[in-house]
Design a protein around this ligand. Structure first.
Ligand code: TYC
Length: 126
């Protein structure tokens, strides 16, 4: 099996300070962990956005937001109305893979039900 390349977090290299070092309590060598600037960046996150159209029923959009984005009915209704009025709205923020899966699931559900609903993912600005 092919192995995935994984980036391990960088750990500081211990510095051995001899017990004779001035200002340190005696009784054997002391190990000091020096703090280094953090090199591991958090992963890029993606917002999943629904776009407005003139044909998809409001009720279908509310159910989609409830089912695929785990929102309660009231929140889902507010998001749907925001999309209806502004043209687009964020339904959730996810890692790249999860966002892509949400887009696929929503698009499949919409097409199965004969609706043109558009769902896209966008990298989140820092
Ligand atoms: N504008 C649609 C209507 O009036 C409702 C709608 C809301 C459609 C949100 C898509 O992402 C959407 N039936």
């Amino acid at each position: 099996m092919e192995r995935m390349a994984t980036k391990l977090p960088q750990v500081p290299t211990p510095t051995i300070i001899p017990s004779s070092a001035p200002g340190l309590p005696g009784g054997g060598d002391s190990v000091v962990l020096e703090r280094r600037p953090e090199k591991v960046k958090p992963p890029q996150m993606y917002q999943v956005v629904l776009l407005n159209d003139d044909y998809t029923p409001m009720e279908f959009v509310v159910v989609v937001i409830q089912e695929f984005f785990n929102k309660d009915r009231e929140t889902a209704t507010q998001i749907m109305l925001k999309i209806h009025l502004d043209g687009k709205g964020v339904c959730g923020v996810f890692s790249k893979d999860v966002a892509a899966t949400k887009v696929d699931q929503v698009t499949e559900a919409a097409r199965k039900n004969g609706h043109p609903l558009q769902c896209v993912s966008e990298p989140l600005e820092l």
